[in-house]
Design a protein around this ligand. Structure first.
Ligand code: 13P
Length: 286
C-alpha cells in the first residue's frame, strides 16, 4: 500500500522517537522498483521509502518512473512511501505532489543560506496543499548521486548546528538532511561521521535527521547515527552495485540466447537481497 503523507510522516516520527530509521532506496527502472518492493514485502511491517526521482527521471522519464513507483506501491502489501529525492525544481516537486508522492526532498544545499530558506519554504507551502511531508538539506554533501567518484568529504561544508536550528524554524520543514562527513557513493578511504556534530544538530533541531550517502558506511557508524536522531537513511550505490554485479555474472550464459529476462531478473533479485540486508540493519532491534 502507498502510505499517505500523514502516515509516512507518522512512520518517520515513530522511527525517530524509537532510535531506528526508515530506508530510502533509490530506484531507476522497473527492476529496481520491483527489487525494493520485494524486500519491503519480506520485511513485514517495516515501512520502506522508494525514492523515484529526481536524478533517475533523466534515465526513465519523469512521468514513467512516477507512475511505475506509485503503481508498485499501491499494489504492494508492504507499507511504502514514494519520495522525490534531491529536487531543485519547484515545478518537478509540484508534479510529484500532484501525482501522489508521500514526500519530497527540496535540495537548496548549493544555494546561499537565505536562498535555501526561501526555496525550502516554498516547497513546504506547496507540499502542505497535498498532505505530503518535506525533507530539505543544509550543508553540502560530497560525491555524485548516480556514480561513485571516490569523493572526499572534507572538500565540502558540514552542517552548522546553529544554522540548522534557524533553518528548520524558518522553513517549517519536516526532516533535515545533514552533512557530517557522509559522502554519496563508495569511497576508498573509510568514511568517518562527525558524530559529535550530529549530536549537536540533534539537540538544536526538533525534527528527524536524514543521512544521505549510507552506501559502504561501517555498521558502527550507522548505529552511531541512528542513536543521534537519524531516522531516514538513503541508500543508492549499494543497490546499483548489487544490480550490476548480478547482471554481469549472468551475462555470459544469457548472451548466446539473447536472454534478457534472466539478466533483468538476476539484477532485480540482487537489489532485493541488498535492500533486505539494509532494512535489517535499520529496523528496531529485538
Ligand atoms: P549512496 O549512493 O552513497 O548510497 O547515497 C544515496 C543517497 O544519499 C541518495 O539520496
Amino acid at each position: 500500500m502507498l502510505l499517505d503523507g500523514n502516515d509516512g510522516l507518522k512512520a518517520l516520527t515513530e522511527a525517530y522517537a524509537a532510535g531506528h530509521a526508515l530506508p530510502g532506496f533509490v530506484a531507476y527502472n522497473l527492476e529496481t522498483v520491483q527489487g525494493i518492493v520485494a524486500a519491503a514485502e519480506a520485511a513485514t511491517d517495516q515501512p520502506v521509502i522508494i525514492q523515484a526521482g529526481s536524478s533517475p527521471f533523466k534515465h526513465a522519464g519523469q512521468e514513467t518512473l512516477m507512475r511505475l513507483a506509485l503503481d508498485a506501491a499501491h499494489r504492494s502489501t508492504a507499507r511504502l512511501g514514494v519520495h522525490l529525492d534531491h529536487s531543485r525544481d519547484l515545478d518537478e516537486i509540484t508534479a510529484c505532489l500532484k501525482a501522489g508522492y508521500t514526500s519530497v526532498m527540496v535540495d537548496g544545499s548549493h544555494l546561499p543560506f537565505a536562498e535555501n530558506i526561501a526555496l525550502t519554504r516554498e516547497a513546504v507551502r506547496r507540499a502542505r496543499d497535498h498532505g505530503a511531508w518535506v525533507e530539505a538539506e543544509l550543508g553540502a554533501l560530497a560525491g555524485d548521486e548516480d556514480v561513485s567518484t571516490d569523493a572526499d568529504a572534507s572538500a565540502v561544508a558540514m552542517t552548522d548546528p546553529v544554522q540548522a536550528a534557524e533553518f528548520v524554524a524558518e522553513t517549517g520543514v519536516d526532516a533535515l538532511a545533514i552533512a557530517v562527513g557522509n559522502v554519496h557513493g563508495f569511497t576508498t578511504r573509510p568514511v568517518r561521521l562527525d558524530l559529535d556534530r550530529l549530536a549537536e544538530i540533534r539537540t538544536a533541531v526538533p525534527v528527524p535527521l536524514v543521512l544521505h550517502g549510507a552506501s559502504g558506511l561501517p555498521e558502527e557508524q550507522l548505529h552511531g547515527a541512528l542513536a543521534r536522531g537519524v531516522a531516514k537513511v538513503n541508500v543508492n550505490a549499494e543497490l546499483r552495485r548489487a544490480y550490476l554485479e548480478a547482471v554481469s555474472a549472468r551475462l555470459p550464459t544469457a548472451l548466446p540466447g539473447s536472454d534478457v529476462v534472466t539478466v533483468w531478473a538476476a539484477g532485480r533479485d540482487a537489489v532485493t537481497q541488498a535492500a533486505t540486508r539494509i532494512i535489517n540493519q535499520l529496523k528496531p532491534s529485538g
